[in-house]
Design a protein around this ligand. Structure first.
Ligand SMILES: C[S@@+](CC[C@H](N)C(=O)[O-])C[C@H]1O[C@@H](n2cnc3c(N)ncnc32)[C@H](O)[C@@H]1O
Length: 259
């Protein structure tokens, strides 16, 4: 995945701020001496969309199966993989997280980034993921974090929305009796809720990183106009990612768990 440079476009710079910490965490799992010991890994990217992670992972030599309900996203994935010359290592398949065990082969690593927020039953979804992971395989889970979302709504003047989000639980037990997705952006999770959900699925968290602690608070114009600002912000995000005191401020939590 490209690092921000002076010649990067504005959208590439923003993307590097949003994904820098997560990409570094995923890459670490695939290094020699780590989960797959540097060999070619079998990766399933559930809800992998247009291949923002799948294609760079295939460029590293791994095989990636993307499963996503959106035909448009899968068409973009296909185009992106061909342009990058990795079409032989990336497969796209239309499908839903709830059907994962029927769709995926055994995997060394499952990515589930930005999807748990939208499913009907997060606990059952994590159990499906555990089903396709090989013993000692890893899950890379990226979820929206509730406390930062409450602050963001309050700062935007949406006080009622902030108040409602405050008491939502991922199983819908507070405020959303239907258990359906919460709000336009889907569910939000706290660190403890994610850890409990993972434990319920028989998955063992190895580490949790804070993602986008500052990225959403910094005006885009600052990154566009100030030379070097994006690279400095990416470094700052990496520096706070591993500090537990910043977890409640993070827009997202990146959790890596082992089966
Ligand atoms: C926020 S995007 C994240 C895309 C990608 N994982 C990333 O991090 O860039 C959510 C993706 O999840 C997919 N999705 C939504 N509901 C899903 C479900 N029930 N099962 C699997 N994927 C789903 C959407 O089509 C979309 O591509």
């Amino acid at each position: 995945m490209a690092q921000p440079t002076a010649s990067s476009s504005a959208s590439e710079r923003r993307q590097s701020v949003r994904t820098g910490v997560v990409w570094e965490g995923v890459r670490r799992l695939l290094e020699p001496g780590d989960a797959t010991d540097g060999r070619q890994a079998r990766i399933v990217d559930i809800g992998g969309g247009t291949g923002g992670f799948a294609v760079p992972l295939a460029e590293l030599g791994h095989t990636v199966q993307v499963i996503d309900p959106s035909p448009d996203a899968l068409a973009s994935l296909d185009r992106r993989a061909r342009e990058a010359g990795v079409a032989d290592r990336v497969t796209g398949q239309q499908g839903d997280l709830s059907d994962l065990p029927d769709l995926a082969d055994e995997a060394d690593l499952v990515l589930c980034h930005g999807v748990l927020e939208m499913v009907d039953d997060p606990a059952a979804s994590l159990a499906s993921i555990a089903d396709v992971l090989r013993p000692d395989g890893h899950l890379s889970l990226l979820v929206a974090q509730r406390h930062a979302a409450v602050v963001a709504r309050a700062m935007a003047g949406h006080f009622q929305a902030a108040r409602e989000l405050l008491d939502d639980a991922p199983d819908g037990s507070a405020g959303h009796a239907s258990g359906g997705p919460v709000g336009r952006g889907g569910r939000r999770f706290t660190h403890d809720e994610v850890v409990d959900l993972l434990a319920g699925a028989g998955l063992h968290p190895e580490w949790v990183h804070a993602v986008r602690v500052f990225a959403d608070l910094v005006p885009g114009s600052l990154l566009d106009l100030e030379p070097g600002a994006t690279a400095a912000l990416v470094e700052l995000e990496k520096a706070v990612a591993t500090r537990p005191e910043y977890l409640p401020l993070a827009a997202q939590l990146h959790v890596v768990a082992r089966r």
